[in-house]
Design a protein around this ligand. Structure first.
Ligand SMILES: [Zn+2]
Length: 461
């Protein structure tokens, strides 16, 4: 643009009433601090470099494993190096299940074909016998359907093939509508005489990658092996069953449950300058499944909370109330860390809220606040601080698994909400690798937590 044409624009710009009003407007409370946090975070994108150390250098962190123990050490060192206060661990006992070297399956058709399919053991499953379990298959979409077909179930592999409901806007809701097959499939299968549970992977993605996750047994019902089958494998098995009802499936698993081991939550703080006894917890979980890198679930959450504290410290923003980062141990397989944290006696302390990030390192959209109608507006009033990063959607209802025990004690629990449409493409599978995490999206999550926890620490509720 030449100089004279620029001059022509000046009167137009100067008479813009909006602009004048904006220039005259005083910044609203904490807007300057929020802008500093956003600028510092996006400039450095420090969260991603921490995620590389946790998810790539250490790798997946199945509870009870040596990698989980390394992650505890990493958490302590990282927080100490960053100069956080009161860095320490709080011990808890955790289960130690291992996947074992073999997890294989094949469809054996009536005309003699052997078709390999991709499976993986569900967390907590027993192994099969040495050559695996081989049986005909009963496909069902629900536990009710299984009960109605119970006379046909004896000696069969029960194939739970109800997909996640794609019509749901919130993928988490679709997951919630399907995941009982994974958690309770083995119990329901064994209750009607089934010899194994084969469960459609909890994803809407059509691919060849099985997704693991926790399952359970109950003492009064025999234990049978349980595995996840990829969605491509599930569709193939479904189509072959339609033409060959007597086909068989062979499943081989070598997983094992070893004695419980001691592990720990990792904790670091910025101690409040005026009301240190009032605590805002910000937490993610340090453990992951043993698939992929545990990058989105929940390496992202672990680095979110460390980065949130780092941003405040780096900028010299001193919270009046204590902000405590907690890296919980074993969200995936029993919540031992969350239970231990809530049970621990903390004389003189009052938790005013707990914020959990366990929905992946995607672009943040806001927070779900599990507060009643009186307390909720005290959180929602800060949405304008998060609007510049499009994360100002503060809605009622929220929390997280690790902080669910605190909720039972009356603590207000809050969950970071993210743009999670892709989350279950990766969740609990070999797809959950660090290349699926974008450094800026990850950082924005940390920024949102830093802003929200800081303003709560300053103003209380
Ligand atoms: Zn998680």
């Amino acid at each position: 643009m030449k100089f004279y044409s620029f001059l022509l624009f000046v009167p137009v710009l100067a008479t813009s009433t909006n602009l004048i009003a904006q220039n005259l407007q005083e910044p609203r409370p904490y807007e300057i601090a929020a802008k500093q946090i956003i600028a510092e975070g996006l400039q450095s994108c420090w969260a991603f470099s921490m995620l590389e150390n946790l998810s790539l250098k250490i790798g997946p962190r199945l509870v009870g494993s040596s990698q989980a123990a390394q992650a505890v050490e990493w958490g302590i060192k990282t927080m100490k190096d960053l100069g956080f206060q009161n860095v320490h661990t709080e011990p808890c006992m955790v289960p130690h299940w291992i996947r074992g070297p073999i997890e294989e399956a094949s469809i054996l058709t009536s005309d003699g074909k052997i078709i390999p399919i991709n499976i993986c053991a569900l967390g907590g499953s027993i192994a099969t016998m040495e050559n695996g379990v081989t049986a005909e298959v009963l496909q069902v979409k629900s536990f009710d359907e299984l009960k109605s077909l119970s006379d046909k179930a004896k000696g069969k592999i029960i194939f739970f093939n109800r997909p996640m409901d794609k019509s749901k806007i919130n993928p988490g809701e679709a997951y919630g509508g399907a995941v009982n097959q994974r958690g309770s499939g083995a119990v329901e299968a064994a209750a009607v005489g089934g010899v194994a549970a084969l469960v459609r992977s909890m994803t809407m993605q059509l691919d060849n990658v099985p997704h693991t996750g926790s399952m359970h047994y109950i003492d009064t019902i025999p234990k049978v092996p349980a595995a996840a089958i990829s969605t491509v494998g599930a569709n193939l098995l479904d189509s072959l069953l339609a033409v060959d009802k007597n086909l068989k499936v062979n499943i081989q698993l070598t997983c094992q449950t070893l004695p419980d081991v001691e592990s720990a939550n990792v904790i670091g703080e910025l101690i409040g300058t005026e009301n240190p006894e009032e605590v805002i917890v910000i937490g993610g979980h340090l453990d992951s499944w043993d698939k992929g890198h545990g990058a989105h679930d929940d390496g992202a959450g672990s680095v979110h909370v460390i980065e949130a504290l780092r941003l405040l410290k780096e900028l010299g923003l001193k919270p009046k109330r204590t902000i405590r980062a907690v890296l919980f141990m074993n969200e995936e397989f029993g919540l031992n860390g969350g239970v231990a944290y809530a049970k621990r006696d903390r004389p003189g302390e009052k938790h005013i809220c707990a914020i959990e990030t366990d929905a992946g390192g995607f672009t943040p959209r806001g927070f779900g606040v599990g507060a009643d109608s009186i307390a909720f507006p005290k959180f929602a009033r800060w949405s304008y601080l998060l609007d510049p990063i499009d994360a100002g959607r503060i809605t009622r209802g929220g929390g997280g698994a690790d902080i669910s025990e605190l909720a039972k004690l009356g603590v207000i629990t809050i969950g970071l909400r993210v743009d999670g449409q892709k989350y279950f493409d990766y969740h609990h599978s070999d797809n959950d690798t660090i290349d699926k995490v974008h450094p800026r999206e990850l950082e924005l999550g940390a920024i949102a937590i830093a802003i929200f926890s800081y303003v709560i620490a300053q103003e209380g509720i």
